[in-house]
Each structure stands twice: as C-alpha cells, then as structure tokens.
Design a binder for this molecule. Structure first.
Ligand code: FAD
Ligand code: NAI
Length: 475
C-alpha cells in the first residue's frame, strides 16, 4: 500500500527543503525525498548548496582569506607573526564539519516540522486517482502517492565535451572543494562565479592560478564599472585571467594537464597545470526523474518547463530552483519553493525576479541588484548615477579594506532606484539595504534620508544615494 501525502518534494536542496517546511507550516502532510549521500553513505540533505556549493565554498573562502590576512595584511596593523604554516587537512576538515552540521540541521528541521524524509532517488511513475505515484529507490524502496509534487532536483556541473570529471585532475566544483594538496599550478576554464571564487581560494593558499574565459568581456553580465574595478583588483592579486580564448585539446597525464587554446589575438597557446577546474555553467538534473514516463515537458536544454507560477506541463506537478529557468541561486530556489507551497495551500505566493540579489564572494566582494548601466542605456531609459568610493569611508579605512565603491542608478524623473552595484568590503551584506528599498520601490532620496550608523560601511550606500542628487560629502 503506497504511503499518501498532500505534497511530495523530490530534492532536499534549498528549493526543496524550504518548500517542504513551508508546506508543513501551512498544515499539509509532506514527504521529502533526496538521494545525496555523504562519504560515509549517510543521507546528506541540503543539495548542492550545502554539500558542494554555497556553504563549503564560503567556508574555504573564509579560511583562505584568514591565511591571506596573516601573510599579507597583519604587518600593517603592527602584528608581526613568525613562520605561518598551512594545515590543509584541518582547513578542509573544518569545512566538512560545517557541511555535516548543516545536513544535521536540515534533518532536525524535517523532524520538527513533521516532514517524512526518504533517502533515495524519486521518480514519477504514473497518474493515479489520488494524484501522482512516486517510486523511491534507495536504502529502502518505497511507493508514495502525492496530491501535489514539487520537483527540486537541482543541477550538476557541466563538463567539456570529451573531458569527464575524474575529480583528481579534472575537477568540478566538487573536487575543487577537496583537493588533498595545494597545486603548484591550477588552471580554471570559465571566469564565472565558481571560477573566480575557487580561483581566489587556491590562489590565497599558494597556487599559481590561470583562468581561461571564452567571452571577450570579463564578467559580461556585471555593471561595466564594477567589472573593470574587479579585473584590476584580481590582476593585482596575481589571479591571471585571459578572456576571449578558445579552448582546444586538453590532455591529462599522471601529473599534469595540458590545455591548448587560442588567445584573444588568435595566437596558439599552451597551458600546463597540475589540476584543472572546469566551471562553465551547470545542467539541470532530470535524469531518473521519470519525465518520459509521465510526459513531463523539458526544454531543449533539459530544464523542466514551468509557467510564471512554477507549474509544469502536468497538473499539480510543480518545479523550482536550478532545474527550472532563471538564475541558479540558492535564494531564488528558496523563494520559488515558498511561493509554490503557498500556492498549493491556496495562498498567493509571489517571487519578484527584479529584486533577486547576486553576490560573488571574492575579495573584494561584488554584489548587485536590479539593472546595470549598460542595460538602462540599451533600454533607452533616462537615469541618474550616484557613486561613492570606500576609500572615502572611515570604517573602510579603519578596516584597511578600501577597494571599490557603491554605485546607485535611479530613474531620472521619479528617482526610483533601478539598480545598485557594489564592489568592496562586505558588499554581500550591504546589498540587502538596496534589495529592501527596491522591493518597496523606494527612491534614492529614501536611502539618503535614512539615518545610517557612523562609522559603518553602510554610510557608503547613503553617500552614493546623496550622490544621485549631487550632494555627496567626504567622510
Ligand atoms: P540543489 O541544491 O542542487 O538540490 C537538489 C537536490 O536534489 C540534491 O540533493 C540532489 O541530490 C537531489 N536530487 C536530484 N535528483 C533527485 C531524484 N531524482 N530523487 C531524489 N533526489 C534527487 N548560490 C547562492 O545563492 N549563493 C552562493 O554562494 C552559491 N555558491 C555556490 C557555489 C558553488 C561551488 C556551486 C556549485 C553553486 C553555488 N550556488 C550558490 C548555487 C546554489 O548551490 C544552487 O543555486 C542551489 O543549490 C539550487 O538549489 P536547488 O534546491 O534547486 O537544487
Ligand atoms: P557561470 O555561468 O557563472 O560561468 C561560466 C563561465 O564559463 C562563463 O563566463 C562562460 O562564458 C564561461 N565558459 C563557458 N563555456 C566555456 C568554454 N568552453 N571555454 C571557456 N569559458 C567558457 O557558471 P559557473 O561558474 O560554473 O557557476 C554555475 C552557477 O552556480 C552560477 O551561474 C551561479 O548561478 C551559481 N553559483 C553562484 C555563486 C554565488 O552566488 N556566489 C557561487 C558559485 C556558483
């Protein structure tokens, strides 16, 4: 006899587990199925984000930043240290502990919210009277039935054709987060978010890092002023980034990976490295989901097709997160998960795609929300700009971290904030003020009139807002 639930969520990443919790909070009976297992073969809910994405990458970014600070910045504070040693096993072990704590936290939340967790692969098998039947194959096989199904199966790293990941020399994000030793030379294909974050980690730990990027422009989707500032800062740190390249043959021998490529000028080049990270985007996870069996519509790139409400081509089957269109971000997945749970419960869940923030956790950090200046120009929209450098911010000077600026774009007539772009210290935290203002369709003047504590980095936001009205002061 199949176990019946109001909602069965397939996938326990940030899209899936958050949807499950919201559905349970709204009084629905909920099961969540997830196949991820840790090195010990135990269930590890949390998806890419918890296991090989957001959380472990930020743990390594913090550890490597601390190492960089001790080696290169403490002396300026009058702190003299002797020989500094790196214990990579401890550094990686700390990251693994943080991941395990997060896995356990999610299992605790499932229990607390009375969500039944099944460890295994979930596949849609048929439409039945109750709703949909789902087969779980894993530690113990189970037959489930659900009135509503939420697909939140996420994404996996895209490999280069003919170059599968072995996670020893050819690494996806997974291998990049657990190298057993710091490579002398590290190559990265793709100067996107993962390439820059992982490149920063291993450069700070001592690797010589070269990043090869196909697009002629660096960080093409980012505001041009920010991208230029970032490129300058990364070059100064020794992160070698080449844009406009065309990757040719890649050959891996026991100790080296040889990459042949054509550079932006058309010249043939060779790069020889110890390890190669391939970070050229991600593909949706739909294999084994039973899409063909039940007629679930996928697009030409394999994403589950959904409408604006995240409803798929099948009745009462929803999909959220990386497996559907839109940015591949944990907070986007979460927002969609909550909105779908609320819709199932008869409420009016909503996701505002115009106010989803982006963050790149390099040093300096990069964060933005809304439109870039180049987009506004293309749209022919009249706008005003205010910007403020961290060099003129007292707190940034005290921190010893003065790279970058805050840039605010506002409508020329109404003063409504259309986009905010930050490069500099704690940009990841500062951006939330911009998101809040934009969510309320606030004006630059609103930010300018709000009292910001002194001395804080957030004053740079206020000064940039004053700058929209040409009233910036020096701090
Ligand atoms: P996932 O997190 O991928 O979870 C899907 C889950 O479903 C997985 O556990 C998978 O095993 C399981 N699953 C798949 N198929 C089945 C099946 N048939 N049956 C059962 N289970 C199944 N985003 C940010 O916002 N901020 C960051 O800082 C950030 N850093 C990142 C760093 C890296 C290195 C990477 C790779 C990604 C990062 N991301 C970040 C992106 C973020 O991880 C994803 O956007 C997010 O995890 C998507 O959530 P999801 O729930 O859609 O899918
Ligand atoms: P990405 O889309 O950010 O970057 C991929 C880069 O590879 C692009 O610049 C692309 O032009 C380049 N590229 C593609 N094919 C190439 C080729 N053949 N040769 C050379 N360059 C090539 O994808 P990435 O870095 O793999 O990350 C995947 C996703 O994970 C991101 O888009 C993001 O949504 C998410 N993520 C988010 C993070 C965050 O929020 N801080 C951190 C890491 C990942």
């Amino acid at each position: 006899m199949a176990k019946q639930f109001d909602v069965v969520v397939i996938g326990a990443g940030p899209g899936g587990y958050v949807a499950a919790i919201r559905a349970a909070q709204l009084g629905l009976s909920v099961a969540c199925v997830d196949e991820w297992r840790n090195a010990a073969g135990k269930p590890a809910p949390g998806g890419t984000c918890t296991n090989t994405g957001c959380i472990p990458s930020k743990a390594l970014l913090q550890s490597s930043e601390n190492y960089d600070q001790v080696n290169h910045h403490f002396a300026a504070h009058g702190i003299e240290v002797g020989d500094v040693a790196l214990n990579l096993d401890t550094l990686i072990g700390r990251k693994d502990t943080i991941v395990r704590q997060s896995n356990e936290g999610i299992l605790y939340l499932f229990k607390k919210n009375k969500i039944t967790f099944f460890h295994g692969t979930g596949a849609l098998t048929a439409k039945v009277d109750f709703g949909w039947s789902i087969k779980v194959s894993g530690s113990a096989d189970e037959d489930l039935e659900a009135r509503h199904v939420i697909i939140a199966t996420g994404s996996s790293a895209r490999a280069l054709p003919g170059l599968p990941f072995d996670e020893k020399q050819i690494l996806s994000n997974d291998g990049a987060l657990r190298m057993p030793a710091v490579p002398k030379k590290l190559g990265i294909i793709g100067a996107g978010v993962i390439g820059l974050e992982m490149g920063s980690v291993w450069r700070r730990l001592g690797a010589e890092v070269t990043i090869l990027e196909a697009m002629p422009e660096f960080l093409a989707a980012v505001d041009r002023d920010v991208a230029k500032e970032a490129q300058k800062a990364f070059a100064k740190q020794g992160l070698a980034i080449q844009t406009g390249v065309k990757i040719g043959e890649i050959k891996a021998t026991a100790k080296t990976v040889n990459v042949a490529y054509t550079d932006a000028s058309g010249a043939e080049q060779k790069l020889s490295v110890n390890q190669l990270i391939v970070s050229i985007g991600r593909v949706p996870n739909t294999q084994g989901l039973g899409a063909d069996t039940v007629g679930l519509k996928l697009d030409e790139r394999g994403f589950v097709v959904v409408n604006d409400d995240c409803l798929t081509s099948l009745s009462n089957v929803w999909a959220v997160g990386d497996v559907v269109r839109g940015p591949m971000l944990a907070h986007k997945a979460e927002e969609e998960g909550v909105a779908v749970a609320e819709r199932i419960a008869g409420q009016h869940g909503h996701v505002n795609f115009d106010t989803i923030p982006w963050v790149i956790y390099t040093s300096p950090e990069i964060a933005w929300v809304g439109k870039t200046e180049q987009t506004l120009k293309t749209e022919g929209r009249e706008y005003k700009v205010g910007s403020f450098p961290f060099m003129a911010n007292g707190r940034a000077r005290a921190l010893g971290d003065t790279t970058g600026f805050v840039k605010i774009l506002a409508d020329a007539k109404t003063d409504e904030v259309l986009g905010v772009h930050i490069i500099g210290p704690m940009a990841s935290e500062l951006i939330s003020e911009a998101v809040t203002i934009m969510e309320f369709r606030g004006a630059a003047e609103d930010i300018a009139r709000i009292c910001h504590a002194h001395p804080t980095l957030s004053e740079a936001m206020k000064e940039a807002a004053l700058g929209v009205d040409k009233r910036t002061r020096n701090l």
